[in-house]
Design a protein around this ligand. Sequence first.
Ligand code: PHE
Length: 348
Amino acid sequence: MSDAPNVQALQSRGEALVHEAEREAKRLQTSEAAHACKAKYLGKKGLLADVMKQLSALPPEERKSVGKVANTIKEQLEGIFDAALKRLEQEALDKSLETSGVDVTRPARERWLGTLHPLTRTTFRIIEVFQSLGFVIADGPEIEHDFYNFEALNFPKDHPARDMQDTFFASPDVLLRTHTSPVQIRTMLDRKPPVRIICPGKVYRCDADITHSPMFHQVEGLWVDQRVSMADLKGVLRAFAERLFGRHTKVRLRPSYFPFVEPGAEVDVTCVLCGGKGCRVCKQTGWLEILGAGMVHPNVLTAVGYNPEEVRGFAFGMGVERIAMLLHGVDDIRLFFDNDIRFLRQFQ
Ligand code: PHE
């Protein structure tokens, strides 16, 4: 009688292996032990391999059916250990959840990143252009004395031009600044010429509708030196408009009146929407008014102790909200202050 095992013998030996493996797998405590146990059964020198080695002793006609049986056993064994490993992983996770309270498998919570407010961004863009032209930032208080906001800017008491400024008064002499021009006065009182500054900041006027807000933002500029002319003013403003609104933007000055400049002008740029052809935004004119400007009035230079025979200067001032509305096609100023996240997120 040959001692080579027949198919039945292999089958029962294999079933016994599976049985044993099942029992052992149930008792496994760690995934390391599970891997080791799997190797004991399925490894190159494992128990199944032992059995398979005896295959070589089989007559060729029996090999096929024995191979089939052996494969089934191998698959069963693999299934047992894969299940054991899964169970151990789950147990480890449950345990860490119990102790740490952190479920590392949960989808991460979405993180919202904050961004700068569109008005802050627009202010920064404006500042950047003027800084590149050599202007430095100057700062001042929002609660002002009548002297800096009006008197020194050539608005005498009871001057009708004060009407333009819809002022919030705290007392007859103290008010919320209506423009950032008082910063120019403070700076000139503080420093000798040459002065080349921009003054960004909040200003206040008693006015509210879709294009006016009682609190809004301005950037004003001032350049005082021995030989500063209206041509310099126009050159600076043109460089500014081209940088902010695009290379093909044109600038025009129209005569206007502000007590602190002479001559004074309103400054228009070609419409950002239609490029000058005429549309709804520019009311078919092709132009948009974006700022006020002019040559500093001799009375203002005198008020700060400068000699109007020796120095001259130009000044300009613009509303940040208006620029932001034009740049982004916003048609209601109040949207900037509602702080509706759906509006703000569009500027990310
Ligand atoms: N200060 C003016 C205003 O707020 C703007 C301006 C500044 C106009 C400088 C001319 C020159 O209305």
